[in-house]
Design a protein around this ligand. Sequence first.
Ligand code: GCO
Length: 451
Amino acid sequence: MGFADDFAWGAATASYQNEGGAYEEGKGLSIWDVFTHQPGRVEDGTNGDVASDQFHHIDEDINMMHQLSMNAYRFSLCWPRIIPGGTGQVNRKGLDFYDHMVDTLLQKDITPYITLFHWDLPYDLFLRGGWLNPDMPKWFADYTTVVMERLSDRVNHWITQNEPQCFIGSGLEGGLHAPGLKMNKRDVLQAAHIALLSHGYGVQAIKAGAKLKPVIGYAPASWWLWSPVTDSPADIEACRKQTFNAKEEQAGSSAWWMDPVFLGHYPQDAAEAMRDYMPSIGSDDMKIISQPIDFLGMNVYQSYLGKADEQGECVTVKRTDGYDRTAYPWPVTPQALYWGPKFLSERYHTQIIVTENGISNVDWVHLDGKVHDPQRIDFTARYLRELRRAAQDGVDIAGYFHWTLTDNFEWATGFANRFGLIYVDFPTQKRIIKDSGFWYRDVIRSNGANL
Ligand code: GCO
């Protein structure tokens, strides 16, 4: 037994990281357009004005997906391309771009999985308070309704938000991502609550507006994850407990963002520890936040490793110099794709789709004109084997989206990190399928049997 026959195999991207066309066809500014143009924000001084120029290369990119036998593509919509000011006036030309994209994908039998929000908040909404403004859930619902009207006659897979841990945690608390703020704990938890409520309003708007029966997911970051170093029950239990611990860290954790959506309440011990900072919670809020959805999207790149101490508490195993790591540098921990789906599906009783997994690597064009990236192949094979093991153990896993299709703009590190299955020569925008792209094609064609 391996992956289901109708398993979704694809790649994932995000509008700001790929599209470019930052000032074209009536698009409004997003917080990332503004942030990346401030000196010192992006390590290599670059920005996503052009990125991998998907705005002009979309047909070519879809042809390559087809060539690689992908049957699904996860991408996000740029809210200010569709509604330049965040609310009000709709930009038809922005919708036309996505309309064309959806049609072209469907012609190639590639199922679109659309993420409504992958961080590029309309700048005008930031000026109105962004995630601190109590109208935000309604704005998000209105935007979602506009999208439903135009695209839901052909698209039925929807993801409300990508990684709130980053757009709230890194954007509003850590200051590393747009809009680059360092707010206090109370304000951060208030913004987090409004983001969760926006997810709920988004789900309502999808259900109300969808012309095809929708399949709805939510894709928080799954890096707050501990894998046991042995299979002993004590190590497993300790790691499970630590994976859902949100007491020391809320905005970055898993449970703070997942318990409300799947269990209808904040993690109780963490909420108790945070009692002086808790947001104001309206009487219907938790019900709206926890309306049933169809899957949990997991973005998994790594996990911590843990073991139990004598009291059964989790001790994180320290890594020393020389451990296996990617170019980022992030540790290589394939077991994250076994324990992550297992722990999360057991707690939340939901289907899992791996909405992101991948590796930044030091890729370049070799003398023979090809891009040889054995590390990406080995990395992905190891992770996919662990995912298959989870499926064999009965975890309901419906798809895998590799991060990412082409090399692209990696947020605050600029173009320093190459994550693509397809190499991009940024000065010319020429694409070259890497060895890993062809390897992934063979994995897809055998539905994982060749792993
Ligand atoms: C995230 C985002 C992606 C990243 C990817 C590699 O996880 O930060 O969803 O946009 O590019 O994860 O860092």
